[in-house]
Design a protein around this ligand. Sequence first.
Ligand code: PBG
Length: 321
Amino acid sequence: MQQFKRHQRLRKNQAIRDLLAETALTKKDLVMPVFIHEGLKKPKAIKSLPGIFQHGLSSLPKEIERIQNTGVTAVILFGIPKAKDQAGSSAYDPDGIIQQSIRLIKSKFPDMIVIADCCLCEYTSHGHCGIITDQGLDNDTTLYLLGKTAVTYALAGADIIAPSGMMDGMVTFIRENLDKQQFKNTLIMSYAVKYASSFYGPFRDAAGSGQFKGDRKHHQMNPTQIREAISEAEEDIRQGADILMVKPALVYLDIIKTLHDKFTTPLAAYQVSGEYAMVKAAAAAGLVDEQDIFLEQMIGFKRAGAGTIVSYAATEIAPII
Ligand code: PBG
């Protein structure tokens, strides 16, 4: 008789499949993005991200309560200020929209992990991620402002600062500023490997940076690169990043896997706005079951090596995990 292995024994029924599962996804792996728009009186649906809303301070506690009730334990905050200027000064205003939001969340939900996205693009009138001069984006002046912004977030009570602007040196600048102000235990989750991606399209609408018409190819990474991703990760670890993030997630699974195998630093993956919107559109057209698709994608991120997943589908998926 011919010898062959009966793999199907491993898949006999759900209990056996669960017993042998190599990869687990839990509610506690998930991070829910929250958009807070200064002065907004009631939640406003974001057209490009079905099911996601911008909140004002008045509806924020209800939204956090909703998130907490799904079992999700962490949020990442994005702010849309009333006023923007060339220097993005509302980003580092101690009473800016994010600083107020952090204080509000922490006062009512002390156990909710609050991650503050740290970039100037939502706060500058031109929509760029930093200070613009005749020479273009001024990396080094921007670093100084990111350090300042991070300290105001930490002072408000943020658990984790997440620099997302891909400025060279951002982690070391933020770490130094936090340490100087006695925030030695505030974590840094660096968007270490962030590609210049068309998958961010719907976010620009959500974050009110629709006025921005350019691209970010001179500071975000070229999708062709793997070795450069390793260099970015190495450098951010050296500068003191506690967690590395890869973004987008789905078409960069190879990057997640590479960093997972090479480094011991905890890894996060960001399933970005375009990835979410595409699933929603396909589901609305009756082509796929959105929950099954989201679950399968999240398992894929975990299998590749991501411990943490940022996703607009976090609160939709958590109850069914
Ligand atoms: C920058 C930032 C962006 C996203 C997260 N942080 C926008 C950008 O780099 O253009 C995109 C997230 C998404 O598309 O879901 N503050």
